[in-house]
Design a binder for this molecule. Sequence first.
Ligand SMILES: *[C@@H]1O[C@H](CO)[C@@H](O)[C@H](O)[C@H]1NC(C)=O
Ligand SMILES: *[C@@H]1O[C@H](CO)[C@@H](O)[C@H](O)[C@H]1NC(C)=O
Ligand SMILES: *[C@@H]1O[C@H](CO)[C@@H](O)[C@H](O)[C@H]1NC(C)=O
Ligand SMILES: *[C@@H]1O[C@H](CO)[C@@H](O)[C@H](O)[C@H]1NC(C)=O
Ligand SMILES: *[C@@H]1O[C@H](CO)[C@@H](O)[C@H](O)[C@H]1NC(C)=O
Length: 455
Amino acid sequence: MLSFSLLYLLFLAVVDLSTSTAEYLKLPLLHKTPFPTPLQSLSSDIDRLSLLRHRHHHKHHRTALKSPLISGASSGSGQYFVSLRLGSPPQTLLLVADTGSDLTWVTCSACKTNCSSHPPGSTFLSRHSSTFSPTHCFSSLCQLVPQPDPNPCNHTRLHSPCRYEYVYVDGSKTSGFFSKDTTTLNTSSGGAMKLKSLAFGCGFHVSGPSVTGLSFNGAHGVMGLGRGPISFSSQLGRRFGRSFSYCLRDYTLSPPPTSYLMIGDVRSTKKDNKSKLSYTPLLINPVAPTFYYIAIKAVFVNRVKLPIDPSVWSIDGLGNGGTVIDSGTTLTFLTEPAYLEILTAFKREVKLPSPAPGDESTHSGFDLCVNVTGVSRPRLPRLSLELAGESVFSPPPRNYFIDVSEGIKCLAIQPAESESGGFSVIGNLMQQGFLLEFDRGKSRLGFSRRGCALS
Ligand SMILES: *[C@@H]1O[C@H](CO)[C@@H](O)[C@H](O)[C@H]1NC(C)=O
Ligand SMILES: *[C@@H]1O[C@H](CO)[C@@H](O)[C@H](O)[C@H]1NC(C)=O
Ligand SMILES: *[C@@H]1O[C@H](CO)[C@@H](O)[C@H](O)[C@H]1NC(C)=O
Ligand SMILES: *[C@@H]1O[C@H](CO)[C@@H](O)[C@H](O)[C@H]1NC(C)=O
Ligand SMILES: *[C@@H]1O[C@H](CO)[C@@H](O)[C@H](O)[C@H]1NC(C)=O
C-alpha cells in the first residue's frame, strides 16, 4: 500500500497538459543589455569574475554548503533571461539564466490582500499561490542551501521554514525561505506542462547593487543551471534526462532571432543526424563543483598552433586554473600567458589599420582594435581552440571581435588575472551561433555550428 501511494505521488508530480507527448522543455531566452556599450559589459564581467574568484577563495571556509555562492546576478549586461511561470495560478517572472550558479531564486512578497505596492509580475506573491509551501528547516533538501548563521531552526516545530542566505562579494544579498511550488513550463510541441515541487529560494530580503536596480535589469531572480543538486537543470533532469542545451543567436541582428533554452534530450527526440555534434568532456573541479569545466589543449590563429605550454590550462591541486563555460559572462577571459600569445598572433595577422589616436573612450578597455570603415569584407584572423576529446571549436570572428563604435571592432578577449587562481572563462558572446548541449549524464559538452536550426 505504501509503495503504491509513493508511486502515485510520483505520477502526480508531473501533469502533462499537452496533447502530444512532451519531448523536452523549450524556454525562450531573451537577451538584454541595459547599457549597450561593450565597456559596460566589460566592467560588469569583471564584477562577475571577481565573484567567481571569491568563490574560489572561500573554498576552505567552514563547510562547502555554507560558503557564499555566486550568480550571474552580478553581471548586468549581455545577459540572457528566461521567463518562469511559478505558482497556482501561475505568476510570470523573468530570471537570469546562469550556468555559473546552482540556486534558483525569485523575489517574493508575503502580502496577502493589499498588494498595491506589488503590481502583478513585479515579484512573486507567495500567498497568492495555492500550491506554495516552504520546505522544513530540518529536511534534507534544506541542507543543500547556504543558511544564515545563526539559523533559528527548531526541528520539533511542525512549521519551521528553511531559511537560506546567499551573500555576494559586494555585500549584495538575497535571503528568505527555501520553498517549493508548482511551475508551468512550455514544451517543444507547443504544449504546457506542470511540474510540482520545484525547489527555489523565495527571496523576502534582496539588497545590494548586484541584485537590485539597473544592473539586475528588471529581473526577478536567477535560474541556476549549474551542476549542483538544487539547480534547475538538476531538478528537472530527473524528469527530462540529464541534459540541457541552448543556442544563443546573434542578438545584434535585426530583428533579433529568438534563442531557446531546452531541457531534455533535443537530438534524440528530433531524430536528427545532420548536425553532428563534436564533444569534449566536462570536467569537475572539486573546489568549484557548480561550474562546467572544459579542457583547452591548444590554440590556433589562422591555423598556426601557438607556442602555449599546455600546463597553463590545467586545474592545479588547489582547484586554481582551468576553463569554465559560462552563460552569465559576456566576454571571454583567458589565462594570461595564453592571452598574451593570442594577442601577439592577432596583432601579427591582422592587416587592418588601428583606430586613429584621439577618442579612445569607446575602446580603451581593449588591447586590439581595428578600423574597418570602408572595408566591405574585413579579413579578421581565425581563432580555433583544440579541446580535449579531439574536438575543435572554431568560432566565427564575430564571436570574438565586437563593434565598439561605428567602424571600430575590438578583440573581445581579456586576460584572466593569474593571482587569485585566474581561470579562463568562455563567455556567452563566444558561444553565439552554436548549439551547446550540456550532457550531464555522459559528462560531456556537445557543440555544433549547424545545430541551431534544431532549436
Ligand atoms: C492598501 O495600502 C495602501 C498603501 O500601501 C493604503 O493606502 C490602503 O489604505 C490599503 N488598503 C487596504 C484595504 O488596506
Ligand atoms: C521549539 O519548538 C517547541 C514547540 O513549539 C518549543 O516548545 C521549544 O521551546 C522550541 N525550542 C526553541 C529552542 O525555540
Ligand atoms: C508558452 O507558450 C505560450 C503559447 O505558445 C506563449 O504565449 C507563452 O508566452 C509561453 N510562455 C513561456 C513562459 O515561454
Ligand atoms: C539519417 O539520415 C539518413 C539519410 O539522410 C536517413 O535516411 C535516416 O532516416 C536518418 N536517420 C534518422 C534517425 O533520422
Ligand atoms: C577610420 O577610418 C576612416 C576611413 O579611413 C576614417 O575616416 C576614420 O577617421 C577612422 N576612424 C578612426 C577612429 O580611426
